[in-house]
Design a protein around this ligand. Sequence first.
Ligand SMILES: Oc1ccccc1-c1ccno1
Length: 237
Amino acid sequence: MRIDIVSIFPDYLAPLRLSLPGKAIDRGILELGVHDLRSWTRDVHRSVDDTPYGGGPGMVMRPDVWGECLDDVCPDDALLVVPTPAGVPFTQATAEEFSTESHLVFACGRYEGIDQRVFDDAARRVRVREVSIGDFVLIGGEVAVMAMIEATVRLIPGVLGNNESHEQDSFSDGILEGPAYTRPQQWRGLSVPPVLLSGDHARIAAWRHEQGLARTEALRPDLLAGPTVSAGPDHTA
Ligand SMILES: Oc1ccccc1-c1ccno1
């Protein structure tokens, strides 16, 4: 997989080369390109934004600069992902869909967002997903992109080591993971549930599922209410 990211703060994405994505890069499983949007500016001030039509606070990122950048960075077979609070929810299903792509391009917006015509124009030749990582507002898309990349890259075969797996992730079977325990068996008067010491793998699996279900009912009953909309294959944002 190749991932390209466009940002006016490329150094913000430096941590991606550590831990998980870093290992994937070292193993040749992942190619990562980070691009400074200002490289496509043509004025002496290297301007990337302007005042919004219709008035209102803040600034909007310019279509001309983004358009020329995406012409260079985003080929027709790539999936263009645009993090935005106004997007379709990013879920584990989205991460699974993204992990099967050969080329992801992430456009990090700032200010009041990117001129909509950038995505309308891009949609003429590439698949576009406007995606939200949650119902809150950030200053820019970089943090959202890092979260989405980590959630996606860890699902690529070979990225997680043998003793790490995503088969029992929260959400992988639609419910939250149950509690986890390790040594010591007694700690500050608190014991590890005896079933986990039984060696009875069927009982342990059943207990873990019950615990996950109880946690889900208590904390995320919405996950038990049936399928929700997410930025999956049938949602073009
Ligand atoms: O709040 C944002 C600002 C810029 C780009 C993305 C976001 C966002 C918020 C939630 N998901 O994405």
